[in-house]
Design a protein around this ligand. Structure first.
Ligand SMILES: OC[C@H]1O[C@H](O[C@H]2O[C@H](CO)[C@@H](O)[C@H](O)[C@H]2O)[C@H](O)[C@@H](O)[C@@H]1O
Length: 593
């Protein structure tokens, strides 16, 4: 039994392993900081045996050296619970042949093959007798992000699936969606990632977007129909666990919106030492403050933006100390109503309304469900307009429940409604639509790289100077959609698509040059960068202050692989096959016209 079991949102299964979840063993091993990265906590030999050996070395009183020997003797290496599938990816597709630039074309062919390095299945049956792993069982193969992320993640998988569909890997994409549907049946929701220690939270709800992307590529409506009852169940999770009621300051009328919300009483197992220090090193927090902090840390991880100035209780966050602990102590995640989450839920409501109408048959139950979702979507749009929209800034903002104010500071989260079309009628007018990218333009003029995550330098990874591929995708999709909405009103704005093209060029150039500078080469076309010892890395995030620099900051070193970077890069080349590769050794610039 554990002393402080991780508590979960009401009534869902929670982390209950005496090895991988809160308890004396996890605490002792993680606080001894035996691994350079807290997430490296590998497969264990049979639990009873391991627990009794842990007791025999003194349990919580064991020394660091004793713990090191204990871990070496009783745990297998990290990743031993995975099988790499070594799938051969069939030759690339017509859209790849459209790419004009030879270096870029060869690089995309390489990325297409590189899925093979990221495709796995869990292999717990092949472990030693009685051994246990922290994996959440999944029936079908999947793509992992890469590096320290040796399991699949919820929102990452959307961008991976977009790439897989472009690589003609429809079955794999479908299988990944099926794994998520199984998770909903098993746990009532989709955990952050496929590990037992992620069972106390979800991640941004992208499942409906995945189903939509799969359907739009394959036309497989029987799959949508089959998935529908499970998608309903996921919606119930979000509404039941994350809804807040907010009074409009002028009319006093109450509106319902959603925020990331996790109840949690202990450090995140995969970042144990980090959370422990944040809560206890040099602080005199009360028990209540510590529990609030652990909950806000877990809710921050649920948002996918772990961590960011967006979740700070201070409107203008302090600059972080070296480890970011000071700023993490100001987290107020559960009291921030995020624009991205609400746009995603609006899209869930709208898609479910459409699919219940289309596939639900004639039963009055389906008609009622369709009606219910339509009403929910309308109510949410109304609430987003009243609480999150800012007329003067022409911007959707997060809303801070503590200060009862909107956060008008720029972040690409404000692009989600324009991507998903969660736009109230009044906002659809050229008066607003021609200004929604003003701050994007400013940021792209100020920094030569991809779009920044915020304007604050906090040392946290979801802030300046990092730019993240998923947020680039969402911003560019927003640009396509807004341009289209303006065209429909016969309003020409000649700045949006050129800006999008520049952003696309910067995205592919930064991923290409960082790959090249870390040793990527193309036989006969591009020789290895002088002095590079590796074979070319695709990074999870990038430095917006240049072209070709990896991102940094946060609680772990920048990771490589990388699922969403590969997916978004492919998507961009399918749209713009004419982009030309830069000379990465000279200074590369892409100015806004
Ligand atoms: O181990 C620390 C945290 O790592 C994950 O977050 C980051 O990587 C994920 C996988 O690429 C990504 O989905 C997330 O947006 C990143 O911030 C994990 O999701 C966190 O829960 C975990 O605590």
């Amino acid at each position: 039994a554990t002393s402080h079991q991780q508590s979960n949102t009401k009534g869902f299964p929670s982390c209950d392993s005496p090895i991988y979840c809160e308890g004396p063993l996890l605490r002792a091993v993680q606080l001894a900081e035996l691994f350079p990265d807290s997430k490296t906590f590998p497969t264990s030999k049979p639990v009873d045996k391991v627990l009794s050996i842990f007791d025999s070395i003194g349990g919580s009183n064991a020394t660091k050296d004793e713990l090191r020997v204990f871990v070496n003797e009783n745990f297998l290496s990290a990743g031993s619970d995975l099988n790499k599938l070594n799938m051969t990816i069939p030759k690339p597709l017509p859209w790849v042949n459209e790419i004009q630039d030879d270096e870029y074309k060869n690089w995309i062919e390489y990325l297409h093959q590189a899925w093979g390095d990221l495709i796995f299945e869990f292999n717990t049956a092949g472990l030693c007798d009685g051994c246990v792993s922290s994996t959440l069982p999944a029936k079908l193969p999947f793509v992992v992000p890469g590096g320290r992320f040796r399991e699949f993640y919820y929102w990452d998988s959307f961008f991976v699936i977009k790439g897989l569909l472009l690589s003609n890997q429809n079955e794999l994409a479908k299988g990944m969606i099926e794994n998520f549907l199984d998770f909903i049946q098993e746990y009532g929701f989709i955990p952050n990632g496929a590990r037992i220690y992620y069972l106390n939270r979800s991640q941004p709800p992208f499942l409906v977007e995945m189903v939509r992307a799969y359907y739009e590529t394959t036309g497989d409506d029987s799959f949508v129909k089959k998935a529908l009852p499970t998608l309903d169940k996921e919606y119930t999770f979000w509404i039941g666990n994350t809804t807040v009621s907010i009074a409009d300051s002028v009319s006093g009328k109450r509106y319902q919106l959603n925020r990331y919300n996790v109840e949690n009483t202990s450090p995140r197992p995969e970042s144990y030492a980090e959370d422990y220090k944040t809560a206890y090193d040099g602080t005199n927090f009360t028990t209540t403050q510590v529990i609030d902090l652990f909950s806000d840390l877990a809710a921050g991880a649920e948002s996918g933006w772990d961590y960011s100035s967006r979740w700070s209780k201070n409107r203008i966050p302090e600059v972080g100390d070296k480890n970011g602990y000071a700023i993490l102590r100001t987290l107020n995640t559960r009291n921030i109503v995020p624009v991205d989450l609400n746009a995603l839920l609006w899209s869930m409501e709208s898609n479910l309304a459409e699919w219940h109408t289309k596939y639900g048959g004639r039963s009055s139950r389906s008609a009622k469900r369709a009606n219910y979702y339509k009403k929910q979507a309308n109510k949410r749009l109304d609430a987003m307009e009243k609480i999150l929209w800012n007329d003067e800034e022409h911007m959707f903002c997060d809303y801070n429940l503590t200060s009862k104010t909107q956060a008008i500071e720029f972040s690409p989260a404000s692009m989600y409604p324009f991507w998903l079309n969660a736009i109230p009628e009044r906002v659809k007018s050229p008066k607003h639509l021609t200004h929604v990218f003003d701050q994007v333009r400013d940021a792209l003029s100020k920094y030569p790289g991809i779009l920044t995550t915020s304007l604050f330098n906090t040392t946290m990874q979801w802030d300046w100077p990092n730019g993240w591929p998923p947020l680039q995708y969402i911003t560019m999709q927003a640009m396509l959609n807004v341009d289209n909405l303006l065209n429909k009103q016969n309003h020409k704005d000649d700045t949006i698509l050129p800006m999008m093209y520049t952003l696309a060029e910067r995205n592919v150039a930064t991923a290409f040059c960082s790959w090249y500078k870390t040793g990527g080469k193309i036989p006969g076309l591009l020789s290895k960068y002088p002095g590079a010892t590796d074979d070319g890395h695709m990074f999870e995030k990038f430095d917006v202050t240049n072209i070709g620099g990896a991102g940094s900051g946060g609680e772990y070193t920048v990771q490589i692989g990388f699922g969403w970077t590969n997916g978004v890069t492919m998507w961009l080349f399918e749209l713009f096959p004419n982009m030309t590769a830069p000379d990465c050794e000279s200074s590369v610039t892409y100015n806004l016209s």
